[in-house]
Write a protein that binds this ligand. Structure first.
Ligand code: PLP
Length: 436
């Protein structure tokens, strides 16, 4: 077919010679050139096929080249390809309606952004403006995006060369496998992590804190589902002190966990929800903030001092409408839940039993992490050189893996079939055995 063919008349790849890449020293880059894809499969310029167990950057929830998303973008391009943010737009209203349908009760409006970072940026702005307070608390084990406040709210190393925004403080969230709190059960981890946050709030001064910003399930930091009671406890603390609770659903939202939003798994209702990635599976860049009614109302008479040329861009809005209706019609979120319970969960647990390298497996839906260790007793992380060998082994065996620190994140599209999930598990098994 057309999409499978490689154009050999144009042998020069100007990327990476002329493209400046994210998060990289530029000199030695040799990215795999991707030319086509369908569903869970991706093809490179040499004609090799890969199982995409990364969903690119954990965002292609609906799978590659879903015809209804592509059709929605084409249809909108034909009708009206661009609209300024100050004008009304039917497709924008429809996208907002479909998003709010998936929000908990009490959410009334959506502010659209270009991606996840500026979604968090604007949620922080709303929290600061409505509370009149300044500080934002977030966890060390987090990633919230690569712009002014979002990168400083981020807890991992990427914050440190970028600490130019003020008013941020960090704390430790729960992580039972590598507890900061000397706990030996999920319940104790939850209780002690909440006590730690309570003390941080007291020590920073509750009246100075605008927001607590949390990923519902920290993603890049290791796919860390919160232990029982943790999110409810954070909700209680933030209510108690008049602090805005922001849940970052950029990676965990829109099907990834087998629920529409990750927060549905925990019954917690924050004040603001940020989203991007899975809302349209990244076919056009987009993100946004779901705004609870009291915060939305605060800007009824008062000007919201923020905006973007492409807020609610019609091609992005068309892709959201296409993606969310197709996900509902085709039971794609239910498929993610089922694959997690029936195939990936048991398959990864069996793999952890047989492999000396897997210290822990955790997750739900199509959102899992395997934590690789040099020693199951000491839990010492598997060193970087061995992780690099495993990563090349997986690519060589026909998988696009997601490898982060000493972990493999098992994050295929939500549309994955049982057979594709089993094929991925077989590749992990073979490559881990070869590298044990
Ligand atoms: N928040 C979370 C939880 C993320 O995982 C990411 C991206 O990986 C972001 C925010 C930033 O989103 P974007 O890269 O679209 O700005």
């Amino acid at each position: 077919s057309d999409t499978m063919s490689v154009d050999n008349s144009e042998p020069v790849m100007h990327d990476p010679a002329m493209v400046f890449h994210s998060w990289s020293a530029q000199a030695a880059l040799a990215p795999l050139e991707l030319v086509s894809a369908q569903g869970v499969h991706v093809q490179d310029a040499a004609g090799r096929d890969y199982l995409d167990f990364s969903s690119m950057l954990v965002n292609v929830n609906i799978g590659h080249q879903h015809p209804r998303v592509i059709q929605a973008i084409k249809g909108q391009a034909d009708a009206l390809a661009t609209v300024g943010p100050a004008f009304g737009s039917r497709v924008r209203g429809e996208a907002a309606r479909l998003i709010l349908e998936r929000a908990p009760g009490g959410f009334g409006k959506v502010f659209f952004t270009n991606g996840g970072a500026d979604a968090n940026e604007n949620a922080i702005r709303m929290a600061r403006l409505t509370t009149g307070r300044d500080k934002v608390l977030s966890t060390y084990r987090s990633y919230h995006g690569n712009t002014g406040a979002a990168i400083v709210a981020t807890g991992d190393w990427r914050r440190m060369p970028n600490e130019f925004a003020r008013g941020h403080a960090h704390f430790f969230g729960p992580y039972a496998y590598r507890s900061e709190f000397w706990s030996d059960s999920p319940e104790q981890e939850s209780e002690r992590a909440l006590q730690h946050l309570r003390r941080i709030i007291e020590a920073e001064g509750p009246a100075t804190i605008a927001a607590v910003l949390l990923e519902t399930i920290p993603g890049t930091a290791g796919i860390l589902p919160p232990p029982p009671g943790y999110l409810a406890g954070v909700r209680e603390l933030t209510h108690q002190h008049g602090i805005v609770m922001i849940l970052d659903e950029v990676m965990a939202g829109f099907g990834r966990t087998g629920a529409w939003l990750a927060l549905d798994n925990y019954g917690v209702v924050p004040d603001l929800i940020t989203f991007a990635k899975g809302v349209n599976s990244g076919y056009v860049p987009v993100g946004g903030v779901m705004i609870s009614e009291p915060i939305a109302k605060a800007f009824d008479e008062r000007v919201f001092p923020g905006g973007l040329t492409y807020s609610g861009h019609p091609l992005a809005m068309g892709s959201i409408v296409g993606a969310l209706t197709a996900m509902a019609d085709e039971g794609i979120v239910e498929n993610a839940a089922r694959i997690g319970t029936e195939v990936l969960g048991p398959g990864l647990a069996a793999l952890a039993e047989e492999s000396a390298l897997i210290g822990e497996v955790r997750g739900l839906g199509v959102f899992w992490a395997m934590e690789l260790v040099a020693d199951k007793e000491t839990r010492a992380p598997l060193p970087a050189d061995r992780m690099a060998r495993i990563k090349s082994g997986l690519i060589g065996a026909g998988m696009l893996p997601f490898v982060q620190d000493n972990r493999i994140h098992v994050v295929p599209p939500c549309v994955i079939t049982d057979d594709e999930a089993r094929a991925g598990l077989a590749i992990y098994r073979e490559v881990l055995a070869a590298n044990a």
